[in-house]
Design a protein around this ligand. Structure first.
Ligand code: SF4
Length: 337
């Protein structure tokens, strides 16, 4: 899908990409089927606000699109069409051995039906992008994000309860118009509370045409923005290293991409899209052994954790089905410490 119907005051996307419109689910599913037949192992559903997806060529469903609790929109509730939960259901059913990712998301569009599909499908990566943008309700109001700090934190707790092995990512802006030191501290405290696996952190930069450009003053000096950005980065790095350290001893399902240019070792990605490197060239596979190749799923025991890479020992060539069967899908929260 393209475009966005939200009107966050700092954002240029609604002006450059236009209104939200979604590609028909049938054509997406057809393309995914063709890719699966060609042996493609991973697909990412893309959109400015992908979980706001709504295929209006399918009028069968006449219920209103639901939002996460405590979230509101600047536009009227939408009715009809196939929604993101339906699309995820259809796409993830094409090939249970194909990994499904999606980006970018808006936290408001994670109602229970979306969380339900994600939680019950082993091939949907349990990495959710919940861009908070700020931890201060006053700043969120000025940004016109449609939620408060409290509603966001309730959603995080709810997501973690529904999907115990979930990983979270966010976007954060510091130095938005009028942001005080106390408001910025709320962003740091939100980051401290949530435990993000990945964070994209930006000092605010005003764009022409946006509502903020017309209404507000870009009044936080550059050196303050820079300082706040550094403090966010420092906290994020510290927290992320702690999270990664907890993975030592755990076994991850890694989709092999090839040889890592830096280290010359095999390299792949886990469910959180974190790089995992390992040395083993030949591994047990079914009853025998064989050489590892790109496109293999490999189970890797993590031995060492850095900020942006995990190092481990590859145990066997596996499949999504086998990996979670061995682990006990019902006990999959054991995946996480
Ligand atoms: S920040 Fe995201 S949700 Fe807000 S207007 Fe831009 S694209 Fe839309």
């Amino acid at each position: 899908m393209r475009g966005c119907d939200n009107m966050c005051t700092y954002c240029i996307v609604p002006f450059t990409r236009g209104r939200e419109r979604s590609r028909a689910a049938a054509s997406v599913v057809d393309e995914v089927r063709q890719l699966a037949e060609q042996g493609v192992r991973e697909v990412t559903l893309l959109g400015q606000n992908v979980n706001s997806y709504r295929d209006v060529t399918q009028p069968a469903n006449l219920t209103h699109t639901k939002l996460a609790e405590g979230f509101k929109t600047v536009y009227k509730s939408k009715k009809g069409g196939l929604r993101f939960a339906d699309l995820l259901d259809q796409v993830s059913s094409v090939d249970p051995e194909m990994r499904i990712r999606f980006t970018a998301a808006h936290p408001k569009d994670f109602p229970d039906e979306v969380l339900q599909v994600i939680s019950e499908r082993p091939n949907i990566c349990k990495m959710l992008h919940l861009p908070a943008q700020s931890g201060s309700s006053a700043v969120l109001e000025r940004m016109r994000r449609g939620y408060t700090r409290e509603a966001y934190l309730r959603l995080v707790d709810h997501v973690k309860a529904r999907i115990p092995e979930v990983g979270l990512s966010t976007d954060m802006i510091c130095g938005f118009c009028g942001e005080t030191e106390d408001e910025f501290q709320e962003t740091l405290s939100l980051m401290d509370l949530v435990d993000y696996n990945v964070a994209f952190l930006f000092p605010y930069s005003m764009r022409e045409k946006t509502a903020a450009f017309r209404r507000y003053t870009d009044d936080v000096p550059d050196h303050i923005k820079k300082d706040r950005h550094n403090r966010m980065m420092e906290l994020y790095r510290k927290k992320c290293q702690i999270l990664n350290d907890k993975e030592v001893g755990n076994t991850h399902l890694v989709l092999v991409e090839g040889i890592d240019k830096k280290t010359g070792r095999f390299m792949g990605r886990n469910e959180f899209y974190l790089k995992v490197v390992f040395d083993e060239v030949e591994l047990p596979c079914g009853e025998g052994r064989r050489e590892v190749k790109p496109g293999d799923y490999v189970s890797v025991r993590i031995d060492e954790a850095r900020l942006s890479v995990l190092k481990g020992t590859a145990l066997r060539v596996t499949s999504i089905g086998e990996f979670y069967r061995d682990l006990g899908w019902a006990d999959r929260k054991l995946l996480r410490n």
